[in-house]
Design a protein around this ligand. Structure first.
Ligand code: FAD
Ligand code: NAP
Length: 532
């Protein structure tokens, strides 16, 4: 499955996204493994066609060798950075052995293939792997690499348990610290250590999946994502531990070996291994989660509880959503949903902490909804694919707040739940939290009872229900979002208080709300809209 980032799809009204294609990992033909390649290079065959002669290659000459049956590429020696010098290899004999596939390799035919090799071959020393294919040296500075090699930092190579610990930065010059990793082993354990150098590292920034010998550890570093992704050398147990040294930003993933074998290498690096790239470019990763319960919230809305696999470490931060993926009528359909808590906590001493094993989603089932109808038909025990979290809300937006106003319409209430829990337990200077909750009818109101309980328990919290289609006996507010209504319902606790207004609901509701808030004089920093 190619993890197409949702941004790649045009945003339609209902945010439907159909994932396409397949991951660019090509199965090698039998007899074309790395081991087979090593055997061939040792067979004494003339792999360059130059009978051992080394030549100086000009850019023009290099460019001529751009066909499958005559393919040369230049690889820039890391040790020569910042004054890179290129070595030229005849990779035609290697084509069928390349883990990225012939087509991938052909992208660098007659040009610079350094990045391409870095991506697929970080764990091996390709200078030695391609030694028998060496044609010679570039006469001049090689043609610019497809990706900016000048941003590649000098490599620090450490021999540890027979494996090189390496780092690679792709367009990440905005970050001044680059993560790196090591690994070590005992008879029972494999420990992968990621050094992020980021202060305030925490469990929400570490996403680990380890299934079928595939280890994927993603670390979120502001707008960037650092990834360790390998096919492990041997099998490990499903469950693992994650230790985080918050102050120094060190993350340990402790895997349990299935047997006591001594590992020579951690494993074969996969596509994104040891890269630091922008989060948006990383693409979504999905794991299968089991539906463990489904409870009625209202006549059309249910609380779904999904269990994460034992082999996943994932905590969805406040205000972020995940994507669910189902095959519907033979097509992959992806929709965003916002995880919340199983209930509204009423004890404000500590933020309610989830067990880390379950994800709760409150989902409205639309009678003609493509995705929600299929979701509603899931049976307890059925699997669904759940992605890594996305979203741009920062806890720091709430810190030091005095007034917090939450404008929610329908299921737009979902991001407000974790936010309320955090604000009421962690933000000491908070004076007022007011939820202004827009619904059509009384029986559409989500968790009404719990919200009213919360208002009784905590004098800082107030809830205001506003119905657009109330029955006649509705005594409270009625109407739609408007400038007048907002100005009437949102009163600062004191003049110039530090305020944040969060808004979430149907797209037109949010757009109109944003306009009214602007008209009322709120600044951009004082407003956060939850959108996809
Ligand atoms: P579709 O087949 O797309 O539409 C069928 C019909 O359903 C439409 O004609 C319309 O009448 C109605 N409908 C569908 N989508 C909407 C909509 N968005 N607004 C109003 N009417 C609609 N939904 C939740 O229930 N809980 C969540 O936690 C949640 N989180 C979200 C987070 C984000 C970031 C975003 C962008 C959306 C979120 N949604 C959430 C909405 C969700 O992604 C789907 O749009 C929704 O479940 C409808 O999907 P569907 O395929 O069943 O409907
Ligand atoms: P709904 O029941 O259709 O509507 C809830 C309230 O919003 C009603 O009072 C409704 O009044 C009002 N409203 C709807 N459209 C409006 C508009 N154009 N202008 C002014 N008011 C409007 O809502 P829902 O079906 O639960 O839908 C919830 C929405 O929230 C979905 O679109 C979902 O995608 C979105 N959502 C977004 C996120 C996120 O993070 N981005 C998270 C969760 C949910 P009317 O009587 O006028 O319709």
């Amino acid at each position: 499955m190619l993890n197409v980032p949702p941004q790649a799809f045009p945003a339609s009204g209902s945010q439907q996204r159909v994932a396409v294609g397949g991951r660019t990992k090509v199965p090698l033909k039998p007899g074309r493994s790395l081991m087979d390649w090593i055997r061939l290079t040792k067979s004494g065959k003339d792999l360059t066609g130059l009978k051992g002669r080394l030549i100086e290659v000009t850019e023009d000459e290099l460019a001529k060798h751009n066909k499958k049956e005559d393919c040369w590429i230049c690889i820039v020696l890391e040790s020569c950075i910042p004054f890179p010098a290129g070595l030229v290899y005849n990779v035609t004999p290697y084509m069928e052995y390349h883990p990225g596939g012939e087509d991938e390799l052909m992208k660098a035919a007659g040009t610079d293939g350094t990045d391409l090799f870095d991506q697929v071959h970080r764990w091996v020393n390709y200078e030695s792997m391609l030694k028998e294919c060496l044609v010679g040296r570039m006469a001049f500075k090689p043609i610019a690499a497809p990706k900016d090699i000048s941003s590649t930092l000098p490599e620090e190579k450490k021999q540890l348990n027979g494996m090189l610990s390496e780092r690679k930065v792709l367009g990440a010059s905005a970050r001044d610290t680059t993560p790196s990793y090591d690994w070590f082993q005992t008879d029972d354990m494999i420990t992968v250590v990621i050094y992020t150098k980021q202060k305030g590292m925490n469990a929400e920034l570490v996403i680990v999946d380890c299934q079928d010998k595939r280890l994927r550890g993603e670390i979120i570093l502001d707008d960037y994502s650092y990834l360790v992704e390998v096919d492990l050398d041997y099998e490990v147990e499903d469950d693992f531990a994650v230790n985080i040294a918050e102050k120094i930003g060190k993350v340990e993933i402790i895997l349990k070996k299935k047997d006591h074998s001594q590992w020579k290498v951690l494993g074969l690096p996969l596509e994104g291994h040891n890269t630091l790239i922008r989060r948006k470019e990383r693409g979504l990763f999905y794991r299968k989660c089991k539906l463990v319960s489904k409870t009625e919230v209202t006549h059309d809305t249910r609380l779904f509880c999904f269990m994460l696999p034992k082999s996943t470490h994932l905590q969805v931060p406040i205000g972020q959503h995940v994507y669910l993926k189902q095959i519907i009528a033979g097509t992959e359909v992806v929709k965003p949903y916002t995880p919340l808590l199983p209930f509204l906590p009423l004890d404000f001493k500590e933020p309610f902490c989830q067990d880390g094993a379950h994800i709760y989603l409150m989902i409205k089932i639309y009678s003609c909804g493509l995705f929600t109808q299929a979701l509603d038909h899931l049976q307890i025990g059925d699997d669904i694919s759940v992605s890594n979290p996305e979203g741009n809300f920062e806890k720091s937006q709430v810190e030091a707040l005095e007034d917090l106003f939450l404008l929610a319409a329908g299921t737009g209430f979902t991001p407000m739940v974790k936010l309320l829990n955090f604000a009421l337990t962690k933000v000491d200077c908070l004076r007022t939290v007011k939820l202004i909750f827009f619904n059509k009818k009384e029986d559409d109101i989500l968790w009404r009872n719990q919200l009213e309980q919360l208002a009784l328990r905590d004098e800082r919290f107030e809830v205001q229900f506003i119905l657009s289609e109330p029955k006649e006996d509705w005594m409270d507010k009625r109407g739609k979002i408007s400038s007048a209504l907002l100005s009437e319902c949102m009163k600062r606790s004191k003049k110039d208080s530090k305020v944040l207004i969060c808004i979430c609901g149907p797209a037109p509701f949010t757009e109109q709300g944003l306009q009214y808030l602007k008209d009322l004089g709120y600044s951009q920093e004082e407003i956060h809209a939850f959108t996809a």
